[in-house]
Structures are given as C-alpha cells and as structure tokens.
Design a protein around this ligand. Structure first.
Ligand SMILES: Nc1ncnc2c1ncn2[C@@H]1O[C@H](COP(=O)(O)OP(=O)(O)OP(=O)(O)O)[C@@H](O)[C@H]1O
Ligand SMILES: [Mg+2]
Length: 249
C-alpha cells in the first residue's frame, strides 16, 4: 500500500499501529521512504517541496503530473543521482544521501533504472548493452551469459542479441533498456517516462513487462504523462503538482 503521510513518517504515530512488532514488520516491508523531502537546485529552482511517501516492497506505483512538477527529480533522489536539500530518502534500507564512493556504486547496482531516451550505447550490440553493467562489476563470461539469456527472453529480444541499437525499433530499444535494468536482478525498478517515445502498442508492451517483473516481486515505480495507460492498469497512482505529491487513487 502506498502511504502519503502528512507528517514525518518517522513519527511513531505514523509508523506504528500501537505495537512495536507492527512497527518492525512495517519498516521491513517498506522499500522506499521519503520523510519531509525538499529539493531546490543550485540555481534556486524548486523541484520538490515537503514530500512524504512510503512504498512497500512488491508494489507497482505510477507517478503522474504536469511537466516541471518534479517527477524526474523524485526518481533521481531514489537512485542517488541528486541529493535532497532537506529530509531523508531511504531506499532498500539505505539513507541514499549519506552514501558516497563505493557504497553509492554498490547501492546503485540494486536499483534498476529505465529512461525515456533508452540511453543505449550505439556501437555495442544488444547483448553487450545489457551486459555492460555486469562486466563492470567483474562477473565472469559464464555468469554474464547465464544472466543475459533470461533477461533478453523476458523482453522478447533473444533473437536480436547480436543486433546494434540503430537496427531496432523504438519499442525494441526500450526493451533493451529494461533488460539492462533488470539483468542484475534488482529488487526495485524505477522508470522515468519509459513510454514517452512509444506508440500505444509498444507502451502497453513495456507496461506488461513491468507487470510481469512486479509479479515476480520487483517493486516498480513509473512516471508517466500517459493518463490512458494509467487508467488501463489497476495500480495506485500519486500525482505531483507544483513539486508536491497528491494521492490520486
Ligand atoms: N539540473 C537541474 N538544475 C536546475 N533546475 C532543474 C534541474 N532539473 C530539473 N530542474 C527544475 O526542477 C523542476 C522539476 O523538474 P523535473 O525534471 O523533476 O520535472 P518533471 O516532472 O520530470 O518534468 P517532465 O514531465 O517535463 O519530465 C523544474 O522546474 C525544472 O526546471
Ligand atoms: Mg521528467
């Protein structure tokens, strides 16, 4: 269950239901927690104001909202690409803003991220694009192969493993991006406008892959402008408006 709290989630009254056991169980089940989080960029631009949000393990959450309302910034805080100006961001039981160097790199390995513009390496094949992270982490060729196949299979691209991105459709490129995000089997997948460049059929295909991953237990958080897509799914939705979060459903 997504919880949009109006007070700090560390307050006992919010975290507990009058029992220490329940508090423990709940904190174990929470995979993302934002407590009074604000973000103002160095140029003075506000991006987030007093955000309180809890996402439980295994949830599928949509974040919608107009352009400039702070959706990408929120996701960037979750994978440690930006730091909050105020408040705490806890993901996978780590206080993200406190992580540096190797600890931050290790933390990021446990987060899958999918981008609107795919961010594939054009001179590398599909297989190389997907395995690039595993290679950087020092996995053996055998281990890479063992992980690569199921990831490509899941996104329906096993037969395109040796293709270069320029020979793929937008939908296929995005599916490579998803395979790359999940090849390290992260418990959480963040997708920032993953269907922003895709037609309705390809968008639906991407969402169905996310739903399959979610059925395996992966927590999925997706930002989108696509109201139709959101309506087609039966997942919780929160809406950002002028850098603040509102519950939608
Ligand atoms: N690196 C940055 N430096 C300064 N301001 C930024 C930076 N990134 C974003 N902003 C500002 O922060 C606010 C929130 O931006 P953000 O990209 O999070 O919005 P968004 O909801 O993802 O928008 P979109 O739907 O267009 O992707 C905007 O006013 C934006 O101009
Ligand atoms: Mg954005």
């Amino acid at each position: 269950m997504v919880v949009l709290t109006t007070q700090k989630a560390t307050d006992k009254s919010v975290l507990t239901q009058n029992s220490e056991t329940k508090q423990h169980n709940r904190s174990v089940a929470v995979i993302v927690q934002l407590d009074s989080v604000s973000k103002t960029y160095a140029n003075g631009c506000h991006a987030l104001v007093n955000i309180n949000l809890e996402v439980q393990k295994g949830e599928f959450l949509f974040i919608t909202g107009p352009s400039g309302s702070g959706k990408s910034t929120l996701l960037k805080l979750l994978y440690g690409d930006e730091s909050p100006t105020q408040g705490d961001v806890i993901v996978n039981e780590c206080n993200v803003a406190a992580l540096r160097g190797d600890r931050l790199s290790f933390f990021r390995r446990r987060i899958g991220v999918v981008f609107q513009d795919y961010k594939l390496i054009s001179r590398r094949t599909v297989a190389e694009n997907v395995s690039v992270v595993l290679k950087a982490q020092g996995y053996t060729r055998q281990e890479i192969q063992r992980r690569l196949e199921p990831s490509l299979k899941l996104v329906g691209l096993l037969s395109k493993a040796e293709c270069f991105p320029e020979y793929l459709s937008g939908g296929e490129q995005q599916r490579v991006g998803i395979a790359r995000a999940i090849v390290g089997t992260p418990p959480i997948l963040l997708a920032d406008e993953p269907t922003g460049n895709l037609d309705p059929d390809n968008s639906w295909q991407v969402i169905q892959i996310f739903q399959k991953l979610n059925s395996f237990g992966v927590t999925v958080i997706v930002t989108t402008h696509d109201e139709q897509l959101v309506r087609r799914c039966n997942h919780p939705v929160v809406q950002m408006r002028e850098w603040r979060l509102e519950r939608k459903s």
